[in-house]
Design a protein around this ligand. Structure first.
Ligand code: CA
Length: 239
C-alpha cells in the first residue's frame, strides 16, 4: 500500500488506521516520488491525494494508469463532482472525500483490494467453474451452456462471475452493486435487476439466479439441470 500525501497529520492518521486494519503502508510526499514507487512495482494499492506540491493528483493517476493496473483510490478535499468524475475517468478505482472516517477508509481499501485481487485468485485457482451444463470460464471470459457459447455483455459476465464465485450464497444487493459496479456507482438497483433479467434470459432458465426477496440474489443450479445421476427415478431395473 502506497500513500501519496503531502500533509503529515493526514498521512499519519491514514497510516495508523490502515495499520489497525492490517494494511502496511509506505508514504511519500510528492507525485513524482509516488510514480517512482509504482514504477518499481513497490505498490499493490495506491491512496492518492489530489492536492500535491509538484503534480496534480489527477495527472499522477493518469501517469500511473499509463503503465500499471495497480488499484488507485483518490483521496481529496475537493468534493466537486468534476474532480470525482475526472479522477474516475483517468482510471482511479474509487474516490474518498476528506474528511472521512477511518472505518469508511478501511472499508473502501478492503473493497478495492478485494476487487483487484479477483483476477489473480481466479487465475491461480481453476479458471473455469462448471455447474451442470453451465461453464463459466473466468480467464477466457466465456460462458458455455450445453456446449453452446452464451454471449454476455462485459457487465453481465462480471455479474455472473461474481454470483458463481459463491454458489448457493445469498448475495446482498448493496454488496453486488459495490463489488461489481464499484462504490462510485450512483445508479439504482434497477440496473442490477435488468442485468439479472438479461442473464436469466440468455441462460434460458430464470432459476439459475434466484431472487431472495428484500435481500438480493443467489446462484443455484436449477433442478432440471442437475443431471440424471441424482434422479432417484432413474435406473428402475426390470421386474
Ligand atoms: Ca495535499
Amino acid at each position: 500500500m502506497l500513500l501519496v500525501e503531502d500533509d503529515d497529520a493526514i498521512a499519519d492518521g491514514i497510516l495508523d488506521a490502515l495499520r489497525h486494519a492490517g494494511f502496511e503502508g509506505v508514504r511519500v510526499n510528492t507525485g513524482a516520488a509516488g510514480l517512482a514507487v509504482v514504477a518499481e512495482g513497490g505498490a499493490d494499492l495506491v491512496l492518492l491525494d489530489l492536492g500535491l506540491p509538484d503534480l496534480d493528483g489527477v495527472e499522477v493517476c493518469r501517469r500511473i494508469r499509463a503503465d500499471s493496473s495497480v488499484p488507485v483510490i483518490v483521496v481529496s478535499a475537493r468534493n466537486e463532482e468534476f474532480h470525482r468524475v475526472l479522477a474516475l475517468e483517468v482510471g482511479a478505482d474509487d474516490f474518498l472525500v476528506k474528511p472521512f472516517g477511518f472505518r469508511e477508509l478501511t472499508a473502501r481499501v478492503r473493497a478495492v483490494a478485494r476487487r483487484s485481487s479477483q483476477p489473480d485468485a481466479a487465475a491461480a485457482a481453476a479458471t473455469a467453474r462448471t455447474f451442470g451444463p453451465l461453464t463459466v470460464d473466468v480467464r477466457a471470459r466465456r460462458v458455455m451452456l450445453a456446449d453452446v457459447e452464451v454471449h454476455l455483455t462485459a457487465k453481465e459476465f462480471e455479474l455472473l462471475d461474481y454470483l458463481t464465485a459463491d454458489p448457493g450464497a445469498v448475495l446482498r444487493r448493496p454488496d453486488i452493486l459495490r463489488d461489481v459496479w464499484g462504490v462510485a456507482w450512483y445508479g439504482t438497483t434497477k440496473t442490477l435487476d435488468a442485468h439479472v433479467a438479461a442473464i436469466r434470459k440468455k441462460l434460458g432458465d430464470p432459476s439459475w439466479i434466484e431472487a431472495v426477496r428484500g435481500v438480493g440474489f443467489r446462484f443455484e443450479v436449477p433442478e432440471v439441470s442437475r443431471g440424471d445421476a441424482e434422479s432417484p427415478l432413474r435406473g428402475e431395473g426390470p421386474g
